[in-house]
Design a protein around this ligand. Structure first.
Ligand SMILES: [Zn+2]
Length: 314
């Protein structure tokens, strides 16, 4: 079982996991509710998953920023009982004896889609995760870019409406305040609609409701503006859209395409496609990452991933 890796994706409501091996791919997978009683319960739940999987390698994806050496949690805005500075990798390594690698969930999703999913044919791609907020990641030359705190690719906090609505990050007018799942619901309600979830916004739009369609079109325009800027800056020509609110993209797409078409001379034709690996992509990416890190350390290869940070060893 030395080569088998467990990938765990800790979300605000669900913890998803996948057991993966280089030879056989996905061995099994599952999910459970995220404990609501604080981070010790979350750590215990993940430690139990690792013990039950009897693996030596575990990658753990998180919805937030990490410490510069990628072993501790710096900011987890959407998890109950958030404890900034929680040395998650070291705690899990001590409790389980496994080697632990932390990764931001958007980067984990992107790694899985790049290696095994929608971007398998590409070396360069931009990844967008549409959920309560909006995350992102960037692959260049076949590598997911990662840097201090695993924070490369925060598409949701690119400003599209200067002076606009306040964002959780402290700025105003970030893309997330216009096109994030929570923002879509808030906007619909502010204009008299009744949606309580992003899913209901999409359902109403699918039934032809003009209010929800207009909100999604506005969101699409903002998303298209930001994508056009990032594409102009990075030179990528493929965009992969994923996340639980990705179905909303159907109604944003015409506005996104119009924004990109207006800049076609610079950004060229852009390939927009949906993620292929489903909701387990983040967990799978975390497993791929820790397996790649272990492999790299094993034979001194340095060409697997850029700047993986250190793993926590027991
Ligand atoms: Zn922001």
């Amino acid at each position: 079982m030395a080569n088998v890796a467990l990938g765990v994706d800790i979300g605000g409501t669900r913890i998803k996991w996948v057991r993966w091996s280089p030879g056989s791919g996905v061995l099994d997978q599952g999910e459970q509710a995220t404990p609501r009683s604080g981070s010790p319960a979350v750590v215990a739940a993940v430690a139990e998953l690792i013990a039950r999987a009897s693996v030596q390698l575990a990658g753990v994806a998180l919805p937030g920023h990490l410490s510069n050496d990628l072993t501790a949690v710096r900011l987890l805005p959407n998890l109950p009982g958030d404890r900034p500075g929680l040395p998650l990798a070291d705690e899990l390594a001590a409790q389980t004896g496994a080697r632990i690698q932390l990764v931001n969930d958007a980067r984990a999703f992107a790694l899985a889609e790049l290696r095994l999913g929608a971007a398998k044919q590409f070396d360069d791609a931009l990844f967008v995760t549409m959920g309560t907020g909006i995350g992102g990641a960037l692959a260049l030359n076949g590598r997911i870019l990662r840097a201090r705190g695993d924070a490369v690719g925060e598409l949701g906090h690119v400003i599209c409406h200067p002076g606009g609505l306040p964002c959780g990050c402290g700025a105003h007018g970030c893309l997330e305040t216009v096109a994030g799942g929570q923002a879509l619901v808030a906007r619909v309600r502010a204009e008299g609609g009744r949606a309580e979830t992003p899913h209901e916004v999409v359902q109403a739009a699918a039934r032809g409701s003009g209010l929800e369609r207009a909100v999604l079109e506005d969101a699409g325009q903002a998303l298209g503006l930001v994508l056009g800027n990032v594409i102009a800056y990075s030179g990528v020509t493929s965009v992969v859209i994923g996340g639980g609110v990705a179905p909303a993209f159907v109604f944003m797409r015409p506005a996104v395409e119009a924004e990109l078409a207006a800049r076609a001379r610079l950004v060229g034709p852009v390939d927009l496609q949906y993620a292929r690996l489903g909701p387990g992509a983040g967990a799978l990416g975390a497993a791929l990452l820790v397996a790649a890190q272990s492999h790299r350390d094993g034979d001194n290869r340095s060409d697997h991933e850029l700047d993986l940070g250190r793993t926590a060893d027991p």
